[in-house]
Design a protein around this ligand. Structure first.
Ligand SMILES: [Zn+2]
Length: 267
């Protein structure tokens, strides 16, 4: 059994406005439940969309910006039944777990003590959880310790960009991914700071050529133009099936079909 559920699709300034939710992404593969980038509202959205956060196996946090890490401590409490059960794993960038020149740890000492394992992942590190292997991808962002994730499951591989600027090293690290989730905060060629826009997403998708691409983490300008239109344009130019995520979207790789033709390689 495998599924990917979006508990939020907001990015940039759309997060504080809650134009879209920002609860992160849930990936379930057999008995492993991963919660990626739990931004504000993760617990609320998990409840709304039927996700049991006490089943979380690991929380993955790409960097220390609010839209990615805000609810990590609350989720640790949910995962451990407020510390009654010493369980679960937190995999995160250094900035989320350690004091750096630019940041103070986001996860409190108390919460670090509740879980079984806390691992600060550096770019290109690899960790195994049951039958799932997780690679930290080399991204470029305003948080210099930021990472992306490649999640290698027995029958398919998922790539998740987190927040990043375009770089050929990052594109190279995504090769072989079946399902590619990109945080495309800005439309067209309008990227600001170190984030992706539609134009850079096209470059990545046309090189990596996943079986399916999903864009998410939309800022206000992206939402005004409509992410569905941007996704269609990406699909038209790249020839890769591309969809715009919406809050509550669940993809079941086994059952997902487009134009009656099943995606091969998923189950
Ligand atoms: Zn960020």
């Amino acid at each position: 059994m495998a599924s990917v559920t979006f508990l939020g699709t907001a990015g940039g300034n759309a997060v504080s406005r809650q134009s879209r939710a920002s609860g992160g992404i849930i990936i379930v593969v057999d008995d492993v439940q991963l919660h990626l980038d739990p931004g504000p509202g993760s617990l609320v959205k998990a409840k709304e969309f039927g996700v049991n956060t006490s089943n979380t196996t690991a929380i993955l946090v790409s960097h220390n910006h609010i839209s990615h890490c805000n609810d990590v401590n609350a989720l640790i409490e949910a995962m451990t039944h407020s510390g009654i059960e010493h369980r679960g794993i937190v995999l995160a960038s250094k900035s989320v777990l350690q004091q750096t020149d630019l940041s103070f740890p986001v996860v409190t000492k108390y919460h670090m003590g509740l879980v079984e394992k806390v691992i600060a992942l550096e770019k290109n590190h690899k960790v195994g959880i049951d039958n799932v292997e997780i690679h930290a991808l080399p991204v470029q962002h305003t948080d210099p310790t930021a990472i992306g994730f490649k999640i290698i499951c027995p029958k398919f591989t998922i790539g998740y960009s987190g927040d990043t600027a375009f770089s050929s090293e990052f594109v190279e690290s995504l090769m072989g991914v079946d399902l590619l989730i990109l945080n495309v905060t800005y439309p067209g060629k309008r990227a600001q700071g170190m984030n992706l826009d539609t134009d850079s997403a096209m470059k990545i998708i046309s090189t990596v050529r996943p079986k399916m691409a999903i864009i998410t983490h939309f800022g206000t300008d992206m939402l005004k133009l409509d992410p569905i239109t941007e996704a269609r344009e990406i699909q038209r130019i790249t020839g890769v099936q591309t969809i715009a995520a919406h809050d509550g979207l669940t993809i079941s790789p086994a059952g997902y079909q487009q134009n009656q033709s099943p995606i091969r390689g998923y189950n």
